[in-house]
Design a binder for this molecule. Structure first.
Ligand code: MG
Length: 290
């Protein structure tokens, strides 16, 4: 099932996307619940309840504006740094030069604030160049947690996955490297495009799909998720060590090689650039940087 959050007539709805991808049928949710996007549905299923009924009338997808499937998250997004070998290599002399710990031992984990999440076709706002002149893209598969839990064993981890979506972990590289923590350089307003919807785990195996990213039509990133250094079960096991994961928590699983900073010379995002990220089995997001 594909679950989308969308705006129609200035009101937010959550709906099921048709199998041909041309229509969306809203769930019967009160406006207060719908304001939280897909989260109330994920929480209801985690409690053992069933999904709310669907409305009678389907709506053409091109008649609505898609939003992030989780536009109002309860807390920060979990994110993983350095999770593909080729990407670890391309930034070894810059972003990762102070991360001396064995890259195979433990993942780098940081967070993005929930307020930076925007929709799959919304504009990303470049900051004043005095704040950052090194804005970069990171195409990533994001895992959405279904049933929560703490100290989740690797062997049980996939049972806690509700589904998958696409994120662009937009990053201010100079700010990322200036501070000991990455959260600031990763959390600028609008720095987390997400969407176009959540594909539930019964329809997609996130451990075997393909992440691609184009800048103005030029393919820059193309990585299979089989190449992750820390696979999805390991990430869930690691992040839930001593910390309870909740339904609707998002884990951005890291980016393949091909980010702008890894090019020679580096190519950062310019005003007007359009970044498209597509993940096989999910769909695409496309955002203009202004
Ligand atoms: Mg990232």
């Amino acid at each position: 099932m594909r679950i989308a959050t969308f705006i129609r007539n200035a009101e937010r709805f959550v709906g099921q996307v048709s199998s041909d991808g041309t229509q969306v049928t809203p769930f019967k949710l009160d406006a207060g619940a719908a304001r939280r996007g897909a989260l109330p549905l994920i929480e209801a299923l985690a409690r053992g309840e069933s999904l709310p009924a669907l409305a009678e009338q389907a709506i053409a997808l091109d008649a609505v504006r898609l939003e992030a499937p989780l536009p109002a998250q309860r807390r920060n997004l979990w994110c993983v740094g350095r999770n593909y070998h080729a990407h670890a290599k391309e930034l070894a002399a810059s972003v990762f030069k102070n991360n001396s710990a064995d890259p195979q031992a433990w993942p780098i984990v940081f967070t993005k604030v929930p307020e930076c999440v925007i929709g799959p076709v919304d504009d990303v706002h470049l900051p004043d160049p005095a704040i950052s002149a090194q804005i970069d893209y990171e195409a990533e598969l994001a895992v959405v947690i279904g049933t929560g839990g703490k100290n989740i064993a690797r062997a049980d981890a996939m049972r806690h996955v509700f589904g998958y979506t696409v994120v662009n972990d937009v990053t201010a590289r100079d700010v990322q490297m200036r501070h000991q923590q990455w959260d600031m350089g990763k959390s600028f307003d609008t720095f987390c495009p997400m969407g176009p919807w959540i594909v539930t785990a019964d329809e997609l195996d996130g451990t075997r799909t393909r992440v691609r990213c184009w800048v103005n039509g030029e393919l820059r990133q193309d990585g299979p998720t089989e190449n992750m250094i820390f696979d999805i079960p390991t990430l869930i096991e690691t992040i839930s060590r001593g910390i309870t994961l909740y339904p609707g928590d998002v884990i951005a699983t890291g980016t393949p090689a091909g980010v702008g900073m890894g090019l020679t010379p580096p190519r950062y995002i310019q005003q007007g650039d359009v970044i498209r990220i597509e993940i096989d089995g999910i769909g695409a997001i496309e955002n203009r940087f202004v």
